[in-house]
Design a protein around this ligand. Structure first.
Ligand code: ATP
Length: 346
C-alpha cells in the first residue's frame, strides 16, 4: 500500500463532512454548516436549485476551495492537511466541459493520463477501455470539436476516470443536454458505479436524482434540508397525488377545492391546492377515495375533463420540503441548449 492509497478499506466513508461552511470574500455565505457522510460505493445525489451551494460544496470537497469552517475528509485524507492526496484519488467533472476541441477523443484522454501520471505502459489499454466505456471508440480519432454536446460530456467523463479514482464528483453533468444525450450519460454513470466507484452527483433535475441515486440530500440556501433515499423522500409527501382537470374557470375550481376540503371524502390531513388547470389533492388512499370526489363534483354540477392519480415525484417532495417549486423555465431553457446531431456511433 503506497502512501497515496485511499485510507479506506471498502467499508469506510468516501466523504465525511462536519459543519462545513464557506463564506466567499464578498461576504456571501454559500455553505452554512453542512454535515454529510457518503459511504464508499454509493451513488449519492446533491439536489438543489440554482445558487443553492452545490458547486461551492463540491469544490470544497475536491479541494479547489478552502472551507471557512468545519472538517472534511475525502478518501480518508484531510482537506486542510492532505489536499494533494485527495486530488490524486478523485475524479472531477466540472459543469463546463474541459475537453480540448483541437485534440481527438483519444488524444484528450491520453493528455489526461499523462497529467495524472498514469504509468506509460498502462496508458494505451486504459484509453481503449475508457473509449469503450463511454461509446466513443468509433470516433476515437476525430477531433472533439466535431462532437455534439453529449459526446463532449462523455469524453469529459472518461478523462475524469483515467486514473481510476475510487470517488468521482459530477457537477451538474447533464445540464444543457437533450433527453437522449442525458439518458446515455446516465447509463455510463451507472456502469461506473457498478464497477465500485463512489459517485457524488449534483443536479437540479429531480428525475435524474430519482433515477440514479441511492441517497439524496436536498440543499437550499447553503443548508441541507432533507436527506434520504428517493423513496423515503417521496414518502414525506404523505400519500398519493390526485390531479383533477376542471375546464371551467376560476370559480368552478375554487368551488371544487372547497368540496374536496370540506366533504368527508378525504382524511383530515389531506392537502388540497389549486393547480393551473384544476385542483390537486395529496392524501393517503387518494386512489380509493378519488371516485367519491368525482361523484361529489358531478353532484355540484362541476365538469371534470381529466383525472389522474400518481405517486409523488421528487418535484412534489421539493415543494413539500421547501415550499418552493424548482424554476421549470430555467430548466427547460437549459435543456434546449444542446441538440446538435451526434457525429456517429449513435
Ligand atoms: P448553480 O446551479 O447555479 O451552479 P449552485 O447550487 O452550484 O448553483 P453555487 O454556485 O455554489 O450554487 O453558489 C452558491 C452561492 O454562492 C450563490 O449565491 C452564488 O451567487 C454565490 N457564489 C458563487 N461563487 C461565488 C464567488 N466566487 N464569490 C461570491 N459569491 C459566489
Amino acid at each position: 500500500m503506497t502512501d497515496d492509497t485511499p485510507r479506506t478499506d471498502g467499508g469506510g466513508a468516501a466523504i465525511e463532512a462536519q459543519g462545513v461552511e464557506l463564506t466567499y470574500a464578498d461576504g456571501t455565505e454559500a455553505v452554512k454548516g453542512i454535515d454529510l457522510t457518503v459511504p464508499e460505493g454509493e451513488f449519492f445525489g446533491f439536489l438543489g436549485p440554482n445558487g443553492a451551494g452545490k458547486t461551492t460544496t463540491i469544490k470544497t470537497f475536491a479541494t479547489l476551495l478552502s472551507p471557512t469552517g468545519g472538517s472534511i475528509t475525502v478518501n480518508g485524507f484531510d482537506v486542510y492537511e492532505e489536499p494533494r492526496k485527495i486530488r490524486e484519488t478523485i475524479g472531477y467533472m466540472a459543469q463546463e466541459t474541459s475537453v480540448d476541441e483541437e485534440l481527438t477523443a483519444r488524444e484528450n484522454i491520453r493528455f489526461a493520463a499523462q497529467a495524472y501520471g498514469v504509468p506509460k505502459r498502462q496508458r494505451a489499454d486504459r484509453i481503449d477501455e475508457l473509449l469503450d466505456l463511454v461509446d466513443l471508440a468509433d470516433v476515437a480519432d476525430k477531433e472533439a470539436g466535431e462532437f455534439s454536446g453529449g459526446m463532449k460530456k462523455r469524453l469529459d467523463a472518461a478523462t475524469a476516470l483515467v486514473h481510476q479514482p475510487p470517488l468521482v464528483f459530477l457537477d451538474e453533468p447533464t445540464t444543457g443536454l437533450d433527453p437522449k444525450a442525458r439518458n446515455r450519460l446516465w447509463e455510463y454513470f451507472e456502469r461506473i458505479n457498478e464497477r465500485g466507484t463512489t459517485l457524488f452527483l449534483t443536479t437540479q433535475y429531480l428525475e435524474e436524482a430519482d433515477q440514479l441515486c441511492e441517497r439524496i440530500s436536498v440543499i437550499l440556501d447553503g443548508e441541507i434540508v432533507a436527506t434520504g433515499s428517493p423513496m423515503e423522500l417521496k414518502r414525506r409527501v404523505g400519500g398519493e397525488i390526485l390531479d383533477v382537470e376542471i375546464p371551467a374557470g376560476d370559480e368552478a375550481r375554487e368551488r371544487a377545492a372547497e368540496i374536496a376540503r370540506e366533504g368527508d371524502v378525504f382524511d383530515a390531513d389531506a392537502d388540497v391546492a389549486r393547480s393551473e388547470d384544476g385542483i390537486t389533492v395529496t392524501a393517503e388512499r387518494a386512489r380509493e377515495h378519488g371516485t367519491d370526489l368525482l361523484v361529489a363534483l358531478r353532484d355540484a354540477g362541476i365538469t371534470v375533463t381529466g383525472f389522474n392519480i400518481r405517486a409523488p415525484t421528487l418535484d412534489d417532495v421539493f415543494l413539500a420540503i421547501t415550499g418552493e417549486e424548482l424554476d421549470s423555465e430555467d430548466r427547460s431553457a437549459d435543456a434546449a441548449t444542446v441538440t446538435e446531431p451526434e457525429v456517429s456511433a449513435e
